[in-house]
Design a protein around this ligand. Structure first.
Ligand SMILES: NC(=O)c1ccc[n+]([C@@H]2O[C@H](COP(=O)([O-])OP(=O)(O)OC[C@H]3O[C@@H](n4cnc5c(N)ncnc54)[C@H](O)[C@@H]3O)[C@@H](O)[C@H]2O)c1
Length: 383
């Protein structure tokens, strides 16, 4: 088969990152043949690619087999639907849409299209999370009873929020930390533990920055088996923490500071509790250090998998439709914060969309855009 002709929509921070590794041929059996950008100067270094001044023009051109959508979140839905309608395969950046109703529209368009739909959830390729998934799937960790993720090291400055007109407003971005920084972690929570039954969010809006959306978040999750979860995140805290702790019947896994440890209960804890004859007995523990290394090419790996899926129907690392679940928890956490109530899942997507539209209509916020000088965007990727 001929190489898959890829068209890139958006040449901002993320789009340039994709363009770099694609044009350096780090993904096989594909070619970056087209780019949609309003800034032709930024595209000059990708000399083999045909330029379009709008994503719609690229999609309609008939000159590509697949598109990579790296534009602001709201446009993921409209551009994705348009691309599926033109018979193109779609790789969409996270979040797949801003809210669940838009996810549903995008997923419906995909179902009608019979094309490949991937989402850029590159953290799924990280060995530490793959090993954690293996511990869960094999039953080595036992039934999960508690999940805590404190990820408060997403520090962002005022300059970051002022840098793009679309950022950090209800109208432009549709959310803050939950929609921009946290989708990867929320995706991993779903990929590892499934869909919670209910969510209670405590979001603080503009707590650390002059923005109208959330920059400090505490979310309580409850799963169908009564396992509990706590997800804490912030873009204003320094130094912040990134600690992922999972407790199961067979022990506890902690991922923090580049280490992954598994403290294993020699006997499942509830069984031990039922059978012990003395009050203060505890299961014997085995301390296991699980080796992990960083995956150096997370995005290119997910993109290679997308190309392989197009050519030979290889299963996707991150099917696009699974992107709904991280959006659902983000939406539920916001909805719960606004209403002061626990939100049962599945989320009422129409009710959430109405509420978000009210926020947009009622917004008094005036965005002042101050462009930032060039800096190393890859520093933003989570460790
Ligand atoms: N997977 C990851 O690790 C990762 C990292 C960063 C960003 N992202 C995602 O990539 C997307 C883009 O983020 P970014 O940081 O590159 O933003 P950015 O502001 O740097 O770039 C956005 C690009 O889209 C263009 N654009 C703006 N409005 C548009 C519209 N309405 N229609 C079409 N194009 C438009 C802009 O001109 C710009 O080229 C976001 O959805 C973000 O969540 C993913």
């Amino acid at each position: 088969m001929n190489p898959v002709r890829i068209g890139l929509l958006g040449l901002g921070n993320m789009g340039r990152f994709h363009a770099d590794y694609l044009s350096q041929k780090k993904v096989e059996r594909c070619e970056l043949t087209a780019i949609a950008t309003s800034d032709a100067a930024k595209a000059a270094k990708y000399s083999g690619a045909r330029l379009f001044n709008s994503p719609e023009a690229l999609i309609d051109s008939g000159s590509v087999d697949a598109v990579v959508i790296a534009t602001p979140h709201y446009s993921h839905t409209s551009l994705g639907i348009r691309a599926f309608g033109r018979g193109l395969h779609v790789m969409v950046e996270k979040p797949i849409s801003v809210h669940v109703a838009d996810c549903e529209r995008l997923i419906a368009a995909h179902r009608k299209s019979n094309r490949i739909f991937g989402a850029m959830f590159q953290l799924r390729t990280e060995p530490r999370y793959q090993k954690l998934k293996k511990l869960i799937v094999t039953g080595d960790l036992g039934e999960i009873v508690r999940v805590n993720w404190i990820i408060t090291d997403w520090f962002r400055t005022e300059a970051y929020y002022s840098s793009g007109g679309w950022r950090a407003t209800w109208k432009g971005e549709g959310g803050g930390a939950l929609l921009n920084q946290c989708p990867h972690q929320l995706d991993l929570l779903h990929w590892l533990f499934g869909r919670p039954a209910r969510v209670r969010g405590f979001c603080q809006f503009g707590r650390y920055h002059n923005i109208e959306v959330e920059d400090n978040v505490t979310v309580y999750l409850e799963y169908p088996n009564r396992a509990t979860g706590l997800f804490v995140s912030s873009t204003g805290e320094s130094p912040g923490t990134n600690r992922f702790e999972i407790a199961g019947e067979r022990g506890k896994v902690v991922i923090e500071n580049g280490r992954m440890t598994f403290t294993r209960n020699e006997a499942p804890m509830s069984e031990f509790s039922r059978e012990a004859k003395t009050g203060f007995a505890r299961p014997d523990l085995w301390n296991i250090e699980i080796p992990t290394e960083n995956a150096p090419t997370q995005h290119a790996t997910v993109m290679q998998n997308f190309v392989d899926a197009i050519i030979e129907n290889k299963p996707l690392i991150a099917p696009g439709e699974e992107g709904l679940y991280s959006v659902e928890v983000a939406n539920a956490a916001l909805y719960s914060s606004w209403t002061g109530q626990v939100v049962e899942l599945p989320l009422d997507s129409a009710a959430y969309e109405r509420k978000l539209n009210e926020k947009i209509a009622d917004s008094q916020f005036e965005k002042k855009v101050v462009p930032v000088s060039a800096e190393d965007f890859t520093k933003s990727f989570t460790r």
